[in-house]
Design a protein. Structure first.
Ligand code: ADP
Ligand code: GN1
Ligand code: MG
Length: 370
């Protein structure tokens, strides 16, 4: 993906959707690494109303229309359940797609860009950094509830929007290929990072082997449970809305828990250049276990529970080798805002992997107390 920004006529794009009122403004929004996200403001009878407009990154998601079909099905299922339970504020508790004027749930612009609009979930925040254990617990509970809700999704399996997304062994092979190709002549400068990865190659297949053996089940998972992908209610702190549904597809429950560990327990930002600031925060891990088991505990088997700490290590490791691969390939996948950012992301994640390794026994004790 190119990081270059073209001027975009947001008013024209937004005009393809059935939005009431008059277009006031549109501006880039959020800190996601993949899609282009904008907040729109419409004037509706003298009241400003916001929407989220997104261009789906089709370099990353090769079949954007299949992806939109997934999101349409998942959000319809969520809203059907919310309606059946009589929940208040349903349009804050699940994403709501605004249809395009032609009735489809997306719009293709003349240049081929794929756009969608969501109702803006107000009075809620996606936190890039989790500050309190209450936030970690609320977020984990919300992602667990999301998994539970999808157990009876009708209509057959969802499309795989990115094949082998959490197949860590295949991510490992991709790293080896990037080292071999070394298109930017960067491999020599990251020898110690490559060695760190090689020393942990055996971890990459561990969950996959258990999946093949039928010991841990394939279910519908979110697959991108970084903590800014759940909006916490500003007033109550509750995990009110799970967002970023692009990777909702068949997976392992542990992928979702592991990615929460990666993001919520980290003592420093994802791209912290000073790795001495990075460690796994045990109180945050405890809060994640508390929140996640409160909602998902009922459907996890004993093997999955024992693997909760390992999942944190694995998903952190997997993300680290993805950042390293992208660095070697010239920063073509994740959005970067400065040179070397992917390498910093990789290094800080490797430090977090080490910290999880050091605390693994204590983390297991936390899980076993439940
Ligand atoms: P990416 O895949 O690039 O991470 P996201 O779908 O996560 O894209 O959206 C990027 C950011 O936009 C989110 O982190 C969140 O802050 C904000 N956002 C997305 N959808 C909504 C929404 N419906 N209401 C409010 N904010 C939203
Ligand atoms: C991306 O889309 P976003 O920013 O929520 C990535 C995740 C990574 C994450 C690392 C589709 O998430 O897999 O874990 O960056 N999403 C995709 O921060 O690749
Ligand atoms: Mg996101």
């Amino acid at each position: 993906m190119s990081n270059a920004r073209q001027p975009i006529d947001l008013k024209r794009i937004a005009g393809a959707f059935g939005l009431l009122g008059s277009f006031e403004s549109g501006a880039p929004y959020g800190s996601g690494h993949i899609n282009d996200t904008f907040a729109l403001v419409y004037d509706q009878g003298g009241r400003p109303v916001r929407y989220i407009l997104q261009r789906v990154n089709e370099n990353v998601f090769k079949n954007g229309e299949a992806l939109m079909e997934n999101i349409r099905r998942v959000t319809a299922h969520q809203h059907a359940k919310l309606a059946a339970s009589g929940a208040s504020e349903a349009s804050r508790r699940a994403l709501s797609l605004v249809p395009a004027a032609d009735g489809r749930c997306f719009h293709r612009d003349p240049e081929g860009g794929l756009w969608r609009v969501y109702i803006f979930v107000e009075r809620a925040t996606g936190h890039d950094r989790i500050e309190t254990t209450a936030q970690a617990e609320a977020a984990a509970k919300a992602f667990g509830e999301f998994q539970k809700l999808l157990v009876d999704l009708p209509g057959g399996p969802l499309h795989e929007t990115i094949p082998q997304f959490h197949d860590t062994a295949s991510r490992f092979r991709a790293l080896l290929q990037a080292v071999e190709a070394d298109v930017c002549n960067r491999a020599a400068g990251v020898k110690s990072e490559i060695d760190f990865a090689l020393a942990r190659q055996a971890d990459a297949d561990r969950l996959l082997a258990l999946q093949r053996a039928g010991e841990i089940p394939t279910v519908v998972t979110h697959n991108d449970t970084k903590l800014n992908n759940v909006l916490l209610d500003d007033a109550t702190g509750e995990g009110i809305c799970v967002i970023d549904l692009d990777t909702v597809m068949p997976g392992l429950a542990l992928y979702d828990f592991g990615d929460m560990v990666r993001t919520a327990t980290n003592s420093a930002p994802e791209d912290e250049p000073d790795v001495t600031k990075v460690h796994m925060r045990m109180p945050m891990f405890e809060a994640l276990v508390r929140g996640y088991l409160a909602s998902a505990g009922g459907f996890l088997n004993a093997t999955e529970k024992e693997l909760l700490p390992f999942s944190g290590k694995l998903l952190t490791f997997e993300c680290a080798i993805r950042f390293l691969t992208d660095y070697l390939q010239g920063d073509v996948y994740f959005k970067t805002r400065r040179p070397g950012q992917n390498l910093d992301r990789c290094r800080s994640h490797f430090k977090l992997v080490e910290s999880i390794e050091e605390q693994h026994e204590a983390m297991l004790e936390v899980v076993r107390r439940w």
